[in-house]
Design a protein around this ligand. Structure first.
Ligand SMILES: Nc1ncnc2c1ncn2[C@@H]1O[C@H](COP(=O)(O)OP(=O)(O)O)[C@@H](O)[C@H]1O
Ligand SMILES: C[C@@](O)(CCOP(=O)(O)O)CC(=O)O
Ligand SMILES: [Mg+2]
Length: 392
């Protein structure tokens, strides 16, 4: 079976408010970033399926014959709400994961093989190579796992013929229709389930649709009218795993339900208040008071996240350093290290970036609200990204 080559990309995200609480049915507000993950799928005639994941130093190949053994127990799956636990068990064995502690490479490999085998399960397995390169830091709270899963889902669904390849001759980029985006999103969610254990689905939704979203219990509402916010992203470079942190918060909620439930409710109220303020900022003149409220919400939420047990001394440093310049910060994503966001007021001359770099952090101002998953013509991909992907 010969499949069509394709290039796809998906954006990372920043959660403004609602990380962790969103896993427990509360509102989250999230935006796409201008940092993307790119995937190239190439048809081959080697009789092998290969992945090249240079960001995490993982380069693997399997013969289609070996993969077919796994297929004996795998039926093609149309139902994508739940993971096929038997397939996951077999894949763990196949990949050689002996304990529950999945490392970076294993998680990415399992997510790939799971989607590949599920989508091609009932027919002939195609010989192909998938190479992925991301501008996002991996495992730092900016949704790299979701961008990776969205790219896998889009490219493999195209290759399987389950969705069409939207790019026409002379197009640079193209997107899918709503129904196809929903299918991409649901398969990306499967990838996230493998990587996160218990994802809310907000990250893969932003990776799929882009823009700013309100997310509540699987319901995705795009926020079309949002003010132009300036956001500083800081990576403390402290490594952490979303899976471990999500499990930690769950344990805490189970241990102290009456203490933690009000905290989650308060985060929900913060997201709703933030949404209201953002909407007001689009229909009335923006005042200092709008920014005062947004900043207070950031501070309160950061305290809540510390209460949930997902803070880190490096994140405390970020908050203190920015506050000395009058700016307010909170962690974003799963916390425990990784990245934080700082709200910049318009026209702020920023010495904060140097202060943060002096702490050893990476720091950059980002533009938010970029497009969701896209198919690309090779000429529309940045030269430096193309050079990396073309090595494989
Ligand atoms: N570019 C990539 N290439 C391969 N795997 C990736 C890539 N980006 C993310 N991943 C997978 O996602 C995992 C990180 O996910 P996670 O802990 O949720 O952090 P993040 O906040 O970046 O989403 C990595 O360990 C890896 O398995
Ligand atoms: C903590 C959480 O709310 C966001 C995790 O984001 P990230 O993987 O740290 O980028 C988990 C989730 O929503 O699935
Ligand atoms: Mg993630």
């Amino acid at each position: 079976m010969l499949v069509k080559d394709c290039f796809v990309s998906a954006p990372g995200k920043a959660i403004l408010h609602g990380e962790h609480a969103v896993v427990h049915g509360k509102v989250a507000l999230a935006v796409s970033l201008n940092l993307r993950t790119y995937l190239q799928l190439k048809a081959t005639t080697t009789g092998k399926v290969c992945i090249n994941l240079p960001n995490i130093d993982t380069f693997l190949c399997w013969s289609l014959f070996d993969c077919c053994v796994l297929l004996l127990i795998t039926a093609r799956r149309e139902e994508v709400k739940l993971l096929d636990s038997e397939l996951v068990r077999r894949l763990r064995e196949f990949v050689g994961v002996t304990n529950g502690n999945l490392d970076t490479g294993n998680m990415a490999t399992l997510a790939f093989l799971y989607i590949y085998l599920s989508l091609f399960g009932s027919g002939e397995l195609p010989s192909l190579t998938v190479s992925v390169w991301s501008e996002l830091p991996t495992g730092a709270g900016l949704g790299s796992s979701a961008a990776y899963s969205v790219c896998l889902a889009a490219a493999l669904l195209c290759a399987s013929g389950a969705i069409h390849t939207p790019l026409k001759e002379l197009d640079h980029t193209a997107r899918w229709c709503q129904e196809e985006l929903e299918l991409i999103n649901s398969w990306a969610f499967q990838g996230e389930m493998i990587i996160h254990g218990n994802p809310s689905g907000v990250d893969n939704a932003v990776g799929t649709w882009g823009g700013m979203l309100r997310f509540l219990a699987g319901k995705i509402i795009p926020l079309s009218k949002v003010p132009l916010l300036r956001i500083l992203l800081t990576n403390t470079k402290v490594p952490r795993s979303t899976k471990v942190l999500v499990a930690r918060v769950k344990d805490k909620i189970n241990k102290f339900p009456s203490i933690m439930t009000p905290v989650l409710d308060s985060v929900d109220a913060i997201s709703c208040t933030c949404e209201k303020v953002l909407s007001e900022m689009t229909c009335e003149p923006i005042t200092g008071e709008h920014y005062n409220i947004l900043e207070e919400l950031i501070d309160i939420n950061q305290h809540h996240l510390n209460v949930m047990g997902v803070g880190h001394p490096a994140l405390d440093t970020l908050c203190q350093v920015t506050l000395t310049r009058g700016l307010h910060s909170k962690l974003t994503g799963a916390g425990g290290g990784g990245c934080g966001i700082t709200l910049l007021r318009p026209g702020t001359v920023d010495h904060t970036v140097q202060d943060l770099r002096d702490c050893g952090f990476d720091c950059w101002e980002t533009s938010i609200g970029g497009p969701g998953v896209q198919q690309h013509s090779p000429s529309s991909i940045k030269k430096e990204v193309l050079e990396i992907l073309n090595q494989y």
